[in-house]
Ligand binder design. Structure first.
Ligand code: GCW
Length: 668
């Protein structure tokens, strides 16, 4: 059986014989002009893919000469074929009876190869294989929250893939497979370690291990980055301080960066979580985020790396609104960051909740490159037992309109640099991979890794297109089954939101972020209790963030405020994010708040049974081992959905003092 290890690179033979023949006629040979590690990868990947899809070994040659009917891989830095491309972009054209994959760079050719293979996997006709593509975002990377002891913070697919104790001598073959998967979807960077960073990664001993991983990833166009602990000068260097304005501290970082580049010449850069959730940072010394980031910026000056500084900050203040914290701390520093800094912002203002409005920072720092941070690992989305296809969540944020430069100023245009002219553009996904054989725990969660890469390359792709590709490449090409599974994926996120946190509810979580505990009121920090977020009381439910409440709404452009400020017109999915709504308030749906909530909770849980039925229908079209795995997870999901529903409903009922609406009552 298929255990999911091959991801979307299975390359099962195309079953339609005439299609296979017509492809094969145009793919008699592969001619690679020049040679380099990345070009060799491109050639090998193309051969391997075609071998599977066409069932034939295609010879590779140095030059095509006068031959026709083959595929040419060509790098050309200048000229008509590439002048409309960016360095990693590619063009696939049919010319003089050869199919040519052309780019300014080796990496672009590699991406073109994977694009061609994707077209074949989708069984597209040959005459539609002409494509021009450019990545919309420059740094497309995964963030691993992996610790040196092999645990993964918020990881649900086993232990870390990085075998730190075996490196650098032993190189697991899995590293290369990881690189292939990422390169195939355009990912070009990876942060190897947790943002709650152990300083150990910066020691000479670990840098050698990092260098060994970099060696495996390099031929796939992927650079390594490290999360750094801001207190490293004290902890590793034995200095008395890590004050970013202290000359010795600055010298320490300068030397460290130099050492890194001696070990890893193409090192990607640093990712920093500072003064957040107890991590050290410049504020420990009464310095600012800009002081901290700019110290690293300076140390990095003569090297190619970037400094990615996270905006995920908030203070333990029961009277504050955490929603506003990152904006308040960062927006005043717009324009103050050095020339290598990118500020990385989570999609929503709180923390990867099942549905959040977009972070108000987007669009409000026009002079600072802002990167997007999405979370692939399902910290708040049911770990590895719940099916949640995340592309719609990513798209909801990317397509949201900030209005900062008039209508159409979407978050995507902020992130891709087109709105404010940033050159350093970034999209990061907190990885959902681990050492589980199928990489992601839930086999269908592979789709989230895939979708992230595809959207980082081109955010204009739709959730539907991406789902269709992933299903056909990974699960089945049987049209009816493809349609069913696509429908399941596309509905899955709303189903989850319905039974888990509907209508703008958030954070009913205790420590591990799995169990529903909306009553959870004990915590070392007041802002880590559930009631802080949902604000249930005898009058109603929800967090008033309008002018009569925390006024977090004021952080958005007036046009955005208009959409959410009035409880009468605020769309129901966002209602409780911005309003404290009385239990008996009639809503646009025709139901009052209590009945509407119950409808979401009950239909959400019921819909998991729909997912189960649909999955049962596709059994003949999907590998039996994988099918059984998912079927088991869906059974668990159903039990847990009921658990979530009941926990919320029974808890809220104590405040609402209303009966469960008749359609949802158990028959006597
Ligand atoms: O989502 C929260 C997680 C923490 C995480 C933090 C962050 C790495 O609960 O585990 O720490 O966000 O993003 O820094």
């Amino acid at each position: 059986g298929d255990d999911g290890y091959q991801l979307w690179l299975k390359y099962d033979r195309i079953s339609n014989a005439s299609l296979r023949t017509s492809y094969t006629r145009s793919m008699q040979f592969i001619a690679t002009e020049g040679s380099s590690p990345i070009l060799n990868t491109a050639t090998d990947e193309l051969r391997q893919g075609l071998k599977g899809l066409l069932g034939q070994s295609i010879p590779s040659v140095k030059a095509s000469g006068n031959r026709t009917g083959g595929i040419l891989l060509r790098v050309t830095p200048m000229g008509a074929d590439v002048k409309d491309l960016t360095p990693e972009g590619y063009r696939i054209v049919k010319r003089q009876d050869n199919l040519q994959i052309i780019s300014q760079t080796d990496a672009g050719v590699l991406y073109g190869v994977f694009a061609l293979l994707r077209q074949l996997q989708m069984n597209r006709p040959l005459d539609s294989l002409a494509v021009v593509s450019r990545p919309k975002v420059k740094f497309r990377m995964l963030n691993h929250w992996d610790n040196p002891n092999a645990t993964i913070e918020r990881g649900y697919a086993g232990e870390s893939m990085w075998k730190w104790y075996e490196l650098p001598e032993t190189i697991s073959p899995r590293y290369r497979d990881y690189a292939r998967a990422n390169a195939s979807i355009g990912i070009n960077g990876t942060v190897l370690n947790n943002v709650n960073a152990s300083p150990r990664l910066l020691t000479g001993e670990y840098l050698k291990k990092v260098a060994a991983l970099a060696d495996v990833l390099r031929p796939y166009g992927i650079k390594v980055y490290l999360s750094v602990n801001f207190a490293a000068p004290k902890i590793l260097g034995g200095l008395k301080t890590s004050d970013p304005l202290d000359p010795q501290v600055r010298q320490w970082w300068f030397n460290k960066v130099k050492e890194i580049y001696q070990t890893i010449p193409d090192f990607g850069g640093f990712l920093v979580k500072a003064n957040s959730e107890g991590e050290p940072g410049p504020q420990d010394y009464d310095r600012t985020h800009a002081d901290g980031a700019n110290m690293l910026d300076e140390a990095m000056k003569t090297y190619p790396g970037v400094v990615i500084w996270r905006a995920f900050v908030y203070k333990a203040d029961p009277n504050a609104d955490r929603f506003k914290a990152a904006f308040e701390e960062f927006v005043p520093f717009d324009g103050k960051f050095g020339s290598k800094v990118i500020v990385q912002v989570k999609n929503g203002p709180i923390d990867f909740q099942p549905r959040e409005p977009f972070s108000p920072i987007f669009g409000r720092m026009p002079r600072t490159p802002l990167g997007m941070e999405f979370q692939l690992t399902q910290e708040y989305l049911g770990f590895a037992t719940h099916l949640v296809y995340e592309a719609p969540l990513f798209k909801e944020c990317l397509d949201a309109d900030t209005y900062v430069s008039g209508k159409g100023s979407t978050v995507a245009k902020v992130i891709d640099g087109s709105l404010h002219g940033y050159e350093r553009t970034l999209m990061a996904g907190v990885a959902n991979t681990g050492s589980d054989r199928n990489w992601t725990g839930h086999p269908l969660a592979q789709a989230n890794w895939y979708a992230f890469g595809r959207l980082a390359w081109d955010h204009s792709l739709t959730s539907e297109q991406i789902a269709e590709e992933w299903i056909r490449m990974s699960l089945t090409r049987e049209p009816k089954a493809v349609r069913r599974i696509r429908h399941m994926l596309l509905r899955s996120r709303d189903i989850y939101v319905n039974y888990n946190a509907p209508m703008g509810l958030s954070r009913p979580w205790a420590g591990v972020h799995f169990a529903p505990e909306p009553w959870q009121n004990k915590s070392p920090r007041p802002d880590w209790t559930a009631v802080y977020y949902h604000r249930a009381d005898s009058i109603g439910l929800g967090f008033n963030r309008t002018a009569t409440g925390s006024n977090a709404l004021s952080q958005y452009h007036p046009e955005v405020q208009k959409g959410w400020a009035d409880a009468e017109t605020c769309p129901l999915p966002y209602l409780l994010w911005f309003h404290h709504v009385p239990w008996d308030k009639p809503l646009s749906s025709g139901r009052n708040l209590w009945d509407e909530l119950c409808t979401h909770f009950y239909t959400g849980a019921d819909s998991v049974q729909w997912l189960q039925r649909e999955w049962a229908q596709v059994k003949p079209a999907v590998d039996p081992v994988l099918h059984a795995d998912v079927a088991g997870r869906l059974r668990t999901q159903y039990e847990e959905a009921i658990w979530w529903r009941d926990a919320w409903v029974l808890y809220l009922q104590e405040y609402a003092q209303r009966p469960i609406p008749a359609p949802f009552q158990k028959p006597k």
